[in-house]
Design a protein around this ligand. Structure first.
Ligand code: FES
Length: 223
C-alpha cells in the first residue's frame, strides 16, 4: 500500500497484481486498510481508478539502442516511476545517439539478461494458462450471473465470455484472447476482460483497451 496526503485529501493505492490475476476486490481491500490504519470513519471516496504499468523481469527499465536495429532506441518498463525514468531515458538515449558516454547505459541496456530462470517462468506461465484455463469450470450459469457482471462459461463446448448488463441482456464473446489464444478472465472491479498471459485488456463489449492484442474479442451471435 502507498499513499499521499494533501490537506484533508488522500490518494491511497496498492493491491498491485499482474493483469488477469486479480483476487477479490482490490478497492474493498484498500478501504479496509484505510479504516484499520487511520481509524477514520467519516470520509467520502471521491474517485476510484486503476492502471497498468509495464515492469521488466528484473524490475529495471530498458533504455537505449535495441538489439536488432541500431537506429532504433527504446524507453520502457518504468513501472510507475515515469517522471524519473522517463527523464533519465531521454538523457541515456540522447547520449547514445550522439556517441557520448553515459554511466547508466549499461545498467539499463536492452542487452542485459538478468535471469534465464525468470524468463523461463514467464514462458511457463503462458503455457500454464493456455492449457489450464481451457479446462476450468465456472460456478455461475447464464441464469445465476449477476447484472453488470461477467463470467467465462462453457456454452456448446466453447469458452464464452458472457457479460450481463443492467437490463439483464447478454453480450457473448469468444473468451479466446486475440493475441496468443489464452482465455481471458472477468475483472469485476473494472468491468473488463483481462488476459493473464501477456496483460491484454478488453472492454466488457470486447474492444481492445490495452495490448499486446490488437483485435477485439470475437462476438458470438447477436447482442
Ligand atoms: Fe492474451 Fe497474450 S494471449 S495477451
Amino acid at each position: 500500500k502507498y499513499f499521499r496526503i494533501d490537506g484533508n485529501r488522500m490518494i491511497l493505492g496498492g493491491m498491485d497484481h499482474e493483469t488477469g490475476k486479480q483476487k477479490g476486490d482490490p478497492y474493498a481491500e484498500l478501504e479496509k486498510y484505510f479504516k484499520k490504519t487511520f481509524g477514520i470513519s467519516n470520509y467520502k471516496i471521491l474517485k476510484k481508478w486503476s492502471g497498468q504499468v509495464i515492469e521488466s523481469l528484473d524490475t529495471l527499465p530498458f533504455m537505449g539502442r535495441t538489439i536488432f536495429n541500431k537506429h532504433r532506441y527504446i524507453a520502457t518498463g518504468f513501472a510507475g516511476a515515469g517522471m524519473t525514468m522517463g527523464t533519465l531515458s531521454a538523457m541515456v538515449n540522447t547520449d547514445q545517439i550522439l556517441g557520448r558516454k553515459n554511466v547508466y547505459s549499461e545498467m539499463f541496456s536492452t542487452l542485459r539478461i538478468k535471469s534465464i530462470f525468470k524468463i523461463s517462468l514467464r514462458g511457463f506461465n503462458y503455457f500454464y494458462h493456455l492449457f489450464k484455463d481451457r479446462f476450468s469450470r465456472s460456478d455461475v450459469s447464464l441464469d445465476t450471473l449477476k447484472k453488470d457482471s461477467g463470467a467465462i462459461l462453457n456454452l456448446n463446448g466453447e469458452k464464452v465470455a458472457v457479460y450481463k448488463n443492467e437490463k439483464g441482456e447478454l453480450n457473448k464473446l469468444s473468451a479466446v484472447c486475440t493475441h496468443l489464444k489464452c482465455i481471458v478472465n472477468w475483472n469485476d472491479s473494472e468491468k473488463t476482460w483481462d488476459c493473464p498471459c501477456h496483460g491484454s485488456r478488453f472492454k466488457k463489449t470486447g474492444e481492445v483497451l490495452a495490448g499486446p492484442a490488437r483485435e477485439p474479442l470475437i462476438r458470438i451471435g447477436k447482442k
